[in-house]
Design a protein around this ligand. Sequence first.
Ligand code: AQP
Length: 338
Amino acid sequence: MKESRPSYFSMKPRVLSGIQPTGSLHIGNYLGALKNWVRMQYDYECVFCIVDLHAITLYQDPKELKQKIEQTAAIFLAAGIDPKVSSVVVQSTVKEHAELCWLLTCTTPIGWLERMTQFKDKSSKQESISDGLLQYPVLMAADILLYKANAVPVGEDQMQHLELTRDIAQRFNAMYGETFVMPETKLPTVGARVMGLDDPTKKMSKSETNPGHAISLLDEPSVIRKKIMRATTDSNPQVDLETAGPGVLNLLSIHQAFTGWTDEQVKQHFQGLRYGDLKKTVAEAVVAGLEPIQQRYLQIMAEPGYLQGVLREAAERVRPFAAETVRLVKDRMGIYTD
Ligand code: AQP
């Protein structure tokens, strides 16, 4: 069966990436993923997903989840995703994500999933572990392979899942014949791993509950300043780039990712600077970087029906391509297709 190419998808290489609507998006999500997406969207055919089916691998309050899905979509647009160029899709509204996930679940050895660091980490914090949490990376593979994505921009924490996606694709191709494209991981040059402000040995994460841990993209300037001024550094009084510990390096890397400064500019400005001044400079860079996003977010949320229209149109646009991939996969596996 030949791959048909519905008119929406051009000949440009394709990109797929997603974020879970599990809480307030933070600067790690922005610098590790969103900022990169905005930069890539004119060179690639992009599908950016709000991965609500991934979110429910851990319990989510149903009423809050609905709100967070829309908030997350609004943040994508506010950060600069252009809905005329990219498709912003709520994962569950294109049923083929779940359908392909099941088909791939049947070809993925369980041992591959049990080895995933994120599964071990998240399951160790749960009393009862859902099967969905184990299948999380298969669903991620389905998201990517559904659109035959060539590139996947993610933060460092998702690299292992991307390797697994390639393994799943390769295994399927070996079992049933060439079907899937091998996706490439695209890491940002700076900001690939933003660490918690309270504990710079842990990655910044939405699900951490300590209020000093993460900077939300919607935090007010005064809150951002307070959180950064309280960030953990080390016992030195001033910046020494040769010996700087993880807390200082994290702040420098956040600053560099927001400003785009070169390593030389960082050295010139920060070497020998007192920690108090370092923190003030970082806070102002973050406040300035987030201000336009916050303003656009408020405008988007104030426009009745706009967001829902964007999400509906994008789902309609990508569905024919997704359906075609699932039809091809089913056909390869010998599943009945009407
Ligand atoms: N700290 C981080 N630094 C750089 N990139 C990060 N990403 C997440 N945290 C950082 C990137 O953001 C994208 C979306 O992540 P996600 O929400 O789908 O899942 P996650 O990686 O599990 O993010 P969180 O914040 O840690 O959420 P929870 O706490 O809900 O699990 C991915 O591209 C990721 O690399």
